[in-house]
Design a protein around this ligand. Sequence first.
Ligand code: GTP
Ligand code: ZN
Length: 360
Amino acid sequence: MKAKLLRSRSIGYCSDMNKTLRTLGWSTHFARQIKLEPDGAPPSHPVRVAAVHRSRLDGLSAGGPISLSPVAAAGLYAVGDWVIATGAAASEPLTRTTEITRRAAGEDSKPQLIAANVDTLGIVTSCNADFNVARLERYLAMCAASGCLPLVILTKADQCDDPSDYVKKAEKLSPMLRAIAINATDDEDVKRLNPWCSNGQTLALVGSSGVGKTTIQNRLTDVIDATQDIRAGDAKGRHTTTNRNLRATFAGGWLIDTPGMRELRLVDAESGVDEVFSDITELAATCKFNDCAHVTEPGCAIRAAIAAGDLDADRIERWRKLEKENRFNTATVGENRGHLKRLQKMHDEGQARGKAKRKT
Ligand SMILES: Nc1nc2c(ncn2[C@@H]2O[C@H](COP(=O)(O)OP(=O)(O)OP(=O)(O)O)[C@@H](O)[C@H]2O)c(=O)[nH]1
Ligand SMILES: [Zn+2]
């Protein structure tokens, strides 16, 4: 998605402003996308999207908070996006570094943007029965597909005899994976997460209910979340935090926490599944038959490895399950992929009708 952008003469020339933009997460990746405009261009400046509303964006700019009217349909923006504001008009989002999407709830599973430009995805689980290798692999695959750096955060370390055992088990899942065990109710311990949410870095947390995401978030930021509040008249007790939020951390970075983040499912994560299970996919490539199902075929490298004790049969089962689920989700989402395009078309047509009306 290439935005047609203007660049004011002031962008990039003022070092103070650059510093502020960097604090917001601005980088050369975004700066490179801005075209220089000849003199006389209207003043325009980068804004980070903090919340997406039906016809308005809340943003943060070097000059402070700003409310913007999007030029594109609101569904095309996500919390964490960068846009260029010209007056109160927001450009299309700049090309993202990372993109977290999910299948919307309900039957018409449309792809839904959850967050953009998240540097690290904190996969939160506890040092107890919540720790589940299959679930971790699922989150890791999703993380790989989004482009974010994964960090496994193991909470409730204070309630477990040997948290290092969980750290080892998590880090075994991938050679580059970092896991960290904390007591999320301890201020000092939570500060160990600072390297992932300082210097304009953006962190987002995923994980099951009750693992401690809110507890961590309340210690990293000064916004007390009201997730435990119950909406008046809503017997189901839905959470009150329906806004997409980009929150400043004490460490000088950002934390994205939205209801959508908490319900992520595996979508379009084929590349992610391959990455998390690269040991298996590489081995499968050496099976005698290209379409080997690793069940009864002769010359099957996977079964040979299991027989030799080099490969965990349970891990193969988890891989199969994720692959199957991913194929199903991707197919359903594919059918709905035109949805975002249709949304944009409807928006453009509406704008054109409004313009035509004003002219008459
Ligand atoms: N002792 C201890 N308690 C913890 C820790 N982390 C979370 N808790 C407690 O676990 C409970 C659930 O924590 P939350 O932060 O609400 O969990 P959550 O992940 O935000 O849950 P949802 O909002 O349902 O998604 C709270 O009572 C926390 O105080 C920890 O590391 N140690
Ligand atoms: Zn095989």
